[in-house]
Design a protein around this ligand. Structure first.
Ligand code: CA
Length: 229
């Protein structure tokens, strides 16, 4: 069997070193990032089989990183948290975590949990990438592309991430700030106009595929945007 690839996102070098050592000793390929933005860039460039994600990172927090990576990546996530209070957020919010470990923890125990989750992921299709069909949209997560009524859309990277975000939660209204945090997390050169500009080009591309397509992205004055279910 191929060696599983694990991305460890942890800013404390000593903790990262013990995790990397435990995973590598266990026969896994472990890579390391100290910043959330680097982790997202790394996962966009090359997928991992599992992500070990510290909640307290210097740039983005682990929750933001997880929400963003869920728009393009189905790898299981294990959170590392320093505080018991954070567990409520991990368990309560729909951020797609698969497990969590509270610091201080045994690196060998963490490696065992990584193994268990990988076994589960390989055994079933629960965490495997799949096509989602939502309200006329098809989301091919493996191929990072979206179709509207069977027509694949030619989207830029951020158009894709933005539409994938809206399609994942039809009917839910997102403010510009929430979309900036979720879709453009860690990106440079963004402004207030960034979301509006991308919504405009997305509507134009949807209209090309189907005349009513542009209306599927609704503007809520003073509140934000949603995808019509
Ligand atoms: Ca930390």
């Amino acid at each position: 069997m191929e060696q599983p690839r694990i991305l460890v996102v942890e800013d404390e070098q000593a903790i990262a070193d013990t995790i990397l050592y435990a995973l590598r000793t266990d026969g896994m390929l472990a890579a390391h990032c100290t910043l959330g933005s680097d982790a997202l860039a790394s996962l966009r460039a090359a997928p991992a089989d599992l992500v070990v994600l510290d909640v307290g990172l210097p740039d983005l927090n682990g929750f933001e990183v997880c929400r963003t990576l869920r728009t393009f990546c189905d790898a299981p996530v294990i959170f590392l948290t320093a505080r018991h209070e954070e567990i409520d957020r991990i368990v309560g919010l729909e951020i797609g975590a698969d497990d969590y470990v509270v610091k201080p923890f045994s690196p060998r125990e963490l490696a065992a949990r990584v193994r268990a989750i990988l076994r589960r992921a390989r055994g079933g299709s629960a965490t495997a990438a799949r096509d989602d069909e939502i309200a006329g949209f098809t989301h091919d997560k493996d191929g990072a592309r979206l179709a509207y009524h069977g027509h694949w859309l030619a989207l830029t990277r951020y158009e894709y991430l933005l539409l994938a975000w809206l399609v994942a939660h039809p009917g839910r209204i997102y403010s510009r700030a929430q979309l900036m945090d979720g879709v453009w997390a860690g990106a440079l050169d963004t402004s207030d106009r960034t979301v509006d500009t991308h919504i405009k080009t997305l509507r134009a591309k949807l209209r090309e595929v189907a005349p009513e397509g542009a209306g599927r992205i609704r503007t809520h004055r003073g509140m934000g945007y949603s995808l019509e279910p």
